[in-house]
Every structure is written in C-alpha cells, then in structure tokens.
Design a protein around this ligand. Structure first.
Ligand code: CO
Length: 151
C-alpha cells in the first residue's frame, strides 16, 4: 500500500470531469486500497480519485461505519435540504456552509464491477454528494457560504 500526495485547489485535475472506469482488475483495487490509506492518514471522511491526481470516477468514504468504495457513482434521487459546515482535504484550512440534499439515493459499482445502491442521510449523504461533485470538477468552496479560514 502507498500514501498518495493529495492535490490542492489550483491543480487543473480538480477542475476536470473524471473518466468512467471500465476495468475492474488489480490496478483499480490497488488504487482503492491506496486511496483509503491516504484518506485515513489525512483524517478525512471521503476522497475522490482526482484528489490524488487521477481523473477517474472512483471515490472512497468512511463516515465511521467502515469503508465504502464506489465506482462511477450517480445520484438517482434526492430529498430535502440541509446546511452544514464542510471542508475538503484539497482545500486545507478552509470551512464553509454548504446546502445539500438531506437524503440521497446513489447507485454505482463496487470494485468487482457489480452494482451497489446506497440510501443515505446525514454525514454519509453529504459525503456522497461532496465526492460526486469532485468527479464533476466541482469543489465545495464554489457552493459554500460563510467561508472561514483557520490554521
Ligand atoms: Co473534497
């Protein structure tokens, strides 16, 4: 396993629309393992492949219930609205209020290319939306109000 360097705002890879994954072999599994290790080491709750410089539709999330790996994830349903403080490993030291759907349904693939579906609320719903935004080249600061900088 290996720790990636997390790329920060200003790097063009974070602005790109990431590419769909079509191969589910060892390279993808290594990427997922290394992304998880990188996320845990950085004390994050989510990480998208563009944040490690790889423009592919791959995310990992752990909001405290164990690792969730999602390939080519897609929001299929949203409900309600909720505003909470958010940050991002690619925008260190910055927090802001972001309004997102309170509940979401997401479909995607697991590391073997099998369909997986999640219904989420709370922090998990927020993390899913934040990470899917990364795959579209969108950073939370573009959606945030009351942006604060802290050391
Ligand atoms: Co982020």
């Amino acid at each position: 396993m290996a720790i990636y360097q997390i790329v920060e705002m200003g790097d063009t890879v974070l602005k790109e629309k990431a590419i769909e994954v079509t191969k589910f072999g060892d390279n993808l599994h290594r990427l997922l393992d290394d992304m998880a290790e990188t996320m845990y080491q950085a004390n994050g709750v989510g990480l998208a492949a563009p944040q490690v410089g790889i423009s592919k539709r791959v995310v990992v999330i752990d909001v405290g219930d164990g690792i969730v790996e999602l390939i080519n994830p897609r929001l299929v349903e949203t409900e309600g609205e909720e505003t909470e403080v958010e940050g991002c490993l690619s925008v260190p030291g910055v927090w802001g209020d972001v309004t997102r759907a309170a509940k979401v349904k997401v479909t995607g693939l697991n590391r073997h290319g099998e369909e997986v579906n999640y219904e989420a609320s709370g922090l998990f719903a927020r993390a899913l939306q934040h990470e899917i935004d990364h795959l579209e080249g969108i950073l939370f600061v573009e959606k945030a109000n009351k942006i604060e900088r802290k050391k």
